[in-house]
Design a protein. Sequence first.
Length: 169
Amino acid sequence: MISQKLQDAYNQQINRELFSEYLYLSMAAYFNSAGLKGFENFFLIQVREERLHAMKMYQFVNDRGGRVYLKALEAPETEFKNALETFEKAYGHEKLVSRLINDLMDLAIRENDHAAKSHLNWFVEEQVEEESTMETIVNKLKLIGGEGHGLLMLDNELAQRVFTPPPVK
Ligand code: MG
């Protein structure tokens, strides 16, 4: 059985993962309006990843005899200046999420909940990948100056991204 404290913290993190989904959907909509369908595709896949993160936590809370309570979602930003600014914000957001996952892990350790620690290890590793993915694209955008032919090449590259769900436990 999950402790009340950990249940509350998981519920808060489910909200943050769903907000991530909402933020990235907003970024996808921005890129659609900017005519950059590859960048839009990148974020539409990110949207699916974030829903998966929320659902992994949903399932864990339920499996441990806890209860999921959904809260209101914060409204995401809707206006972005350009591709570089958007990716810098996405990278900053992933760094924040990493801190939140670390906080959740700290709590699981304090509560001596080994099942939660094991479950959260997946998220700790996932965040390394999430930050790296965003940072790589930020760096590429800086290299090409965020415009022109380079931007279109990157748009083509991101159009190739496909959603690969991790194996279900
Ligand atoms: Mg996430």
